[in-house]
Design a protein. Structure first.
Length: 539
């Protein structure tokens, strides 16, 4: 008797499928697949369910888990209700049906479509896949048109109401002023109107312990509990310059709704890209304003004036983007002290600069520009001189230094990768539990949408981090190649007499500045680490 196939039952449901009711529900798919497996002597290994995932995206968690089981040899047959449940992107469908499955000896069955690779797929399969993709594209277009109509009618779609507003309890998708928090918005605009910049406003909010929008949402709706539960007071009021800038540029506060600032690359690729401002959809007077148009426009003009002054400033900063705080990882801020008879420039930690000693977890990490300049120039001159001694001699030095640093960095990256992979699994579990709670009406749709967006954002971030770490670990195997590239650059910038932005960006990946310490002789000491491109830290 022929051995039964080890079969994976694959089920998928996207939010766009809900209009079809029970005909494509997970339970309906399960019933059809279980009956088919029983009637055809298929041994079911497991069910793989992606609930809430688009068919145009093949990076679905349970689809990937199923393909991992295929690679491991646990599965040699896959069954789905129809082709569209497996996917709605015709190129990837052809890839799996024509290349992956035949190569790995996998039988694929689309039950309702009566398609079975063991019997030979019909000539209509490519057309069915094209139609399924067209359907996804058409649905995407209809959703966009529906949203556009809502926006023109003055409606908004949002997980959270902006600071100073709340959802209208009587009219869906509209805002009303929240009298309990409007004062924060009014305070920020009043400070901006009277000349305060975003950094100064942030400092005032920190000093006065004004609660952040995130903290207010947590206290009201229980969102972001993992961030704010049992948080110290400074975390509850931890304003940033970016938050303040976002508020003072937001037209919501003059009664306008602005939509379409971002869009997906396509209906297949959900990555967000920012659109030019002239393509935004601006609908005026959709709700009551908190700030007058005159005040708002005056604030925008002051912001533009400050930008023009900075843009036209004669000073150049060749270390831009390279200097980091060794302890907190933030970029170092560049500034000039003009209050002395001989003005000088310097760097200090941006986190410390923004939040000050009372609110920052970091310290100043202060270093003068001329001190940093002299040190970096001396190190590049040293390595240029070593290159003159001989390429093989320099390569030996770099390989010896590189081995130690690579081993340390590899251990760090491996630990980070394990943590990220563990978090990825936790997020998959949390997302599945969240959907179950929503389906069972244990949480509201509002909280489901908010948490769903949070989890999906974090999932994307964690996946990107995993891919980056895996790529970095793989690239460490190319150490010798990297050393040859760096030596080539050192020869290109041989015997430097001064630093330029071009030279620094070609040779240096980053520069980390440590806090000053007191040495054994009682003198202040400061460590500066230079991470060179292709070879890392070698000093």
């Amino acid at each position: 008797m022929k051995q039964p196939y080890n079969t994976a039952l694959y089920m998928r449901l996207s939010r766009d499928d809900e209009s079809f009711g029970d005909s494509v529900s997970i339970e309906t798919q399960r019933t059809i697949l279980r009956r088919f497996a029983s009637e055809n002597n298929l041994h079911v290994v497991d069910e793989y369910i992606d609930d809430g995932w688009s068919g145009t995206n093949f990076d679905r968690p349970n689809f990937q888990r199923m393909m991992a089981d295929v690679e491991a040899g646990k599965v040699n047959c896959i069954a789905s209700k129809d082709l569209s449940r497996f996917g709605r992107e015709h190129i990837m469908m052809d890839y799996y049906l024509e290349f992956v499955f035949p190569e790995k000896g996998i039988r694929y069955i689309a039950v309702s479509d009566n398609e079975d690779t063991e019997k030979g797929l019909s000539d209509f399969v490519p057309f069915k896949n094209l139609f399924n993709e067209w359907f996804a594209k058409d649905t995407s277009r209809k959703v966009k048109n529906s949203l556009h109509a809502k926006f023109l009618a003055g409606e908004r779609t949002f997980a959270y109401a902006p600071l100073g507003y709340k959802r209208d309890p009587e009219v869906k998708n509209r805002l009303v002023i929240d009298e309990g928090t409007r004062w924060i918005v009014e305070k920020i605009f009043d400070l901006a109107f009277h000349g305060a910049g975003a950094a100064k406003i942030t400092g005032i909010l920190l000093d006065e312990q004004v609660p952040t929008p995130g903290w207010l949402n947590y206290t009201r709706y229980g969102t972001f509990a993992n961030i704010y539960a049992d948080a110290p007071e400074k975390k509850r009021c931890a304003w940033t310059i970016a938050q303040v800038k976002s508020i003072i540029r937001n037209e919501t506060y003059i009664g306008n709704s602005v939509h379409g600032m971002q869009t997906n690359i396509s209906f297949k690729n959900k990555k967000k890209v920012r659109k030019p401002s002239e393509e935004w959809l601006r609908v005026e007077n959709t709700h009551e304003a908190i700030i007058s148009r005159e005040v708002f426009e005056q604030v925008q003009e002051q912001i533009a004036n400050r930008r023009r002054k900075i843009k036209n400033a004669p000073a150049t900063q060749i270390f831009s983007g390279l200097v980091k705080c060794a302890d907190c990882g933030w970029s170092m801020s560049f500034a000039t002290n003009k209050s002395v008879s001989k003005p000088f420039s310097y760097f200090n930690c941006t986190s410390y600069r923004q939040h000050g000693p009372k609110h920052s977890d970091c310290t100043s990490h202060y270093i003068r520009y001329d001190t940093l300049y002299a040190y970096v120039l001396s190190r590049l001159q040293y390595w240029s001189a070593q290159a003159d001694v001989g390429v093989e001699h320099l390569k030996g030095q770099l390989l010896h230094a590189n081995d130690r640093e690579q081993q340390r960095m590899a251990r760090t990256r491996e630990a980070e990768l394990k943590r990220a992979q563990k978090r990825q699994k936790e997020l998959d579990r949390l997302f599945a539990k969240l959907y179950e709670d929503w389906a069972a009406e244990r949480i509201t749709e509002y909280n489901f949408n908010a948490l769903s967006e949070k989890y999906q954002t974090e999932q994307a971030e964690v996946l990107a981090k995993i891919e980056r770490l895996q790529a970095e670990l793989a690239s460490e195997q190319q150490a010798t190649v990297g050393i040859d590239q760096w030596i080539g650059l050192i020869h290109q910038y041989a015997h430097p007499e001064e630093l330029t932005a071009e030279m620094l960006n070609a040779l240096v990946e980053k520069i980390t500045v440590h806090e000053k310490t007191i040495g054994e002789d009682g003198e202040k000491e400061q460590t500066v680490d230079i991470y060179y491109r292709f070879v890392g830290k070698i000093d």
